[in-house]
Design a protein around this ligand. Structure first.
Ligand code: GCU
Length: 669
């Protein structure tokens, strides 16, 4: 008996099967056939590509695959041409991406046909909000995978190297080619020599899978680390300090990517501290990294409490600078004008800054989506964002086309705030892995649908067949793939429903952003950090008036959006309370009053999550016990939380609407 158990365990280890803990992410393949790989380029990445193919080939036994590094004008950047017997690319990295695409098609049972795959964005980054003390800001999956504390915190261990290698491989498999490895609220210490040694060690590993390394910097570093009297970007000593620091970094890391900067935002230092502008700050740094091919990603996430409407401020501050940034500066803009809320209209900066490279910043970590407890697949939200039409250069000027080089010819880039940590399954919730996966896939191709990505991810992550040449079992597709995909696709809208339907935003409990807190305010706290600022409920109605009679934020949108959003009758209902202060008895399109509709939306969100529980319970025969239990447990909390959201918000807003809730309230608390 004992012997057979041992043999079984050995077999599991030998096959690399990582069934129950989720550590294998979507790279769980444990079956390979022999294959001949032809191609003799000599580089680490090329060898890695070859090895991936040899280790994971699932096509015809003893087939021959040609890996060909040869320029072809149909292939752009890290793109590749894939056919059933050949991968051709301009670069070795293109070959690696081609190999991962081929393997993905095999593992998801697709027929490989000849096609060119080019990336939508040249730079596809993760931003880690990892602190040097190993905590992760808005991180819900354990500690930092890059930074450790303690006496030996800076010593690079074999375990560190293993984690960084698996991390790099996972990213390469979905086309991510860069990572900023410390928090945008940056500690100046990142620039001290001992930290830079560790940065170098990380860069050396990420490079093997084609990832470039970037760091976030603190604008006051010349003063704090360098001991200068100030950090004024026009002070020659400061300029020189940065030049020397950059030289030091490039000596350690010759292919270093550049800096990510959060300046004059939420208390962080910046050029305005010295009466200078974003342009002064960004260009000074851009000049320092330019000789080495580096870039500066300068964030546009700025707002101050003095203004009447936070949603207007990034646009107001940045649009006047259009055309003044160096060509190696990319302005990084969050998808919405406030802050990664459950649903926001797109940030009006997209398409408006025509002479500046603009990159979208998405949030993969679920700061405003129930952390790693709620099951929320974010791809539908990103899909909605990419397809939003800015109308800036005529109809069809979608955010995707405004940022991916189709309309404006600047460098293209995209960033996602990572959800990774030291948890065994990397992301806290097994389904949160899907958001990391989806981000990478959409950064590679911003036209992929959330449906297609969910389909791929489920097959790769939960496929019961180790040998893909055996067709997927019919019952698995019908009883698992289909309903689980449906859950994923509905989960985003469900969250919007039970948290912030109809354009509500930022009514979270202050600071942790997990539960509801539409009532939250304190004496002495700046207004835009209190919640009634965002919903403005009174006895007449609710919502933020951003029309011409209010803050007039609608004016930042190009026509016809300005008129559509600005008119209560034409404003899409999902943005109603974002743009309007609406009377409680306003008639909605379905005939309900606003108040009743708010009640029903909250209620339908709760019902949706309960339905997800039912679906998951039925999935038990198709999932290993470890992952089944973990997801089931979280869904239980998720449903309970959804109910709390509904009851708390409805009871609170009822104080203003003074109307009955059209169903029995459950009061779980
Ligand atoms: C949000 C988030 C902060 C973060 C900030 C940013 O406000 O809550 O933790 O630092 O965004 O993106 O800079």
């Amino acid at each position: 008996m004992r012997v057979s158990v041992c043999v079984f365990i050995l077999l599991l280890i030998a096959s690399g099967l990582k069934a129950e803990d989720g550590s294998g992410l979507w790279l769980r393949n444990n079956f390979a056939s022999p294959v001949n790989v032809v191609g003799s380029h000599k580089s680490t990445i090329f060898n890695v590509a070859k090895q991936e193919l040899l280790n994971n080939w699932q096509g015809k036994e003893n087939a021959t695959i040609n890996l060909l590094v040869k320029k072809d004008k149909r292939i752009i950047g890290d793109g590749f041409l894939l056919s059933s017997d050949k991968i051709q690319a301009n670069t070795d990295l293109g070959i690696l991406y081609g190999v991962f695409e081929l393997l993905r098609q095999q593992q998801t049972h697709q027929t490989v046909s000849e096609k060119v795959y080019n990336p939508s964005y040249e730079l596809r980054l993760l931003n880690h909000w990892d602190n040097l003390n190993s905590s992760v800001e808005r991180g819900y999956a354990g500690k930092s995978i890059f930074w450790r504390t303690g006496e030996n915190g800076l010593v690079v261990t074999e375990n560190d190297k293993r984690i960084w290698t698996e991390y790099a491989r996972a990213n390469a498999s979905i086309g991510i080619n860069g990572a900023a490895i410390n928090n945008v609220n940056a500690s100046p210490d990142i620039l001290r020599p001992d930290r830079l040694e560790r940065v170098k060690a990380i860069a050396d590993i990420l490079r093997t899978y084609g990832l470039k390394l970037y760091i976030s910097i603190n604008f006051s570093s010349p003063k704090i680390v360098g001991g200068l009297s100030d950090s004024d970007p026009l002070n020659p000593e400061v300029i020189n300090w940065w030049k020397e620091k950059v030289k030091e970094i490039y000596t350690l890391i010759p292919d270093f990517g550049g800096f990510l900067v959060k300046a004059n935002s939420e208390g962080q230092p910046g050029p305005q501290d010295y009466g200078r502008t974003h342009v002064d700050g960004a260009n000074m740094l851009a000049d320092a990294v330019k000789p080495y091919g580096g870039i500066i990603m300068w964030r546009a996430f700025v707002y101050s409490s003095e203004e009447d409407d936070r949603a207007k401020q990034a646009y107001a501050e940045f649009v006047p600078f259009d055309g003044q940034f160096r060509e190696n500066v990319i302005v990084q803009v969050k998808n919405g004008p406030i802050d990664f809320q459950p649903r926001e209209p797109f940030n009006p900066l997209f398409g408006a800054m025509k002479k500046t490279a603009i990159m979208p910043e998405l949030q993969i970590t679920q700061e405003y989506f129930g952390h790693s407890t709620h099951l929320v697949y974010l791809a539908p939200m990103w899909e909605e964002f990419f397809h939003s039409d800015t109308h800036q250069e005529g109809t069809g000027s979608t955010v995707a086309r405004c940022t991916d080089g189709s309309i404006f010819k600047h460098r293209t880039a995209i960033a996602g705030v990572a959800n990774t940590g030291t948890d065994t399954n990397w992301c806290g919730h097994h389904f949160a892995q899907a958001n990391w996966y989806a981000y990478g896939r959409m950064a590679w191709n911003n036209q992929l649908t959330s449906d297609q990505i969910a389909d791929e991810w489920i097959k790769l992550t939960f496929n019961p067949e180790t040998n893909v040449r055996v067709a997927l079992p019919e019952d698995w597709s019908v009883n698992f793939l289909k309903p689980i995909k449906q859950v994923m696709l509905e989960s985003y809208e469900a969250s919007v429903n039970y948290m912030m339907p109809l354009g509500f935003h930022h009514i979270f409990q202050a600071s942790h952003h997990y539960g509801p807190g539409p009532w939250w305010e304190r004496d002495g706290v700046r207004k835009d950090w209190t919640m009634p600022y965002y919903h403005n409920a009174d006895t007449i109605g609710v919502g933020f008036n951003r029309t011409i009679t209010g803050s007039n934020a609608v004016a930042q949108y190009h026509e016809p959006l300005k008129s559509i959003y600005g008119n209560l009758e034409t404003c899409p209902e999902e943005f109603l309370l974002w743009f309007h202060h609406v009377p409680w008895n306003h008639k909605m399109k379905n005939g309900n009053t606003l108040w009743d509709e708010i009640c029903y939306r909250y209620d339908s969100g709760v019902k949706q999550v309960r339905q997800f529980q039912v679906v998951w319970d039925k999935a038990q025969p198709y999932v290993d016990a470890g992952r089944f239990d973990a997801v089931q447990r979280r869904l239980r909390t998720h449903a309970h939380d959804a109910q709390i959201w509904k009851d708390a918000c409805l009871l609170y807003f009822q104080e203003f609407s003074r109307k009955p809730i059209p169903f029995d309230i459950e009061r779980p608390i």
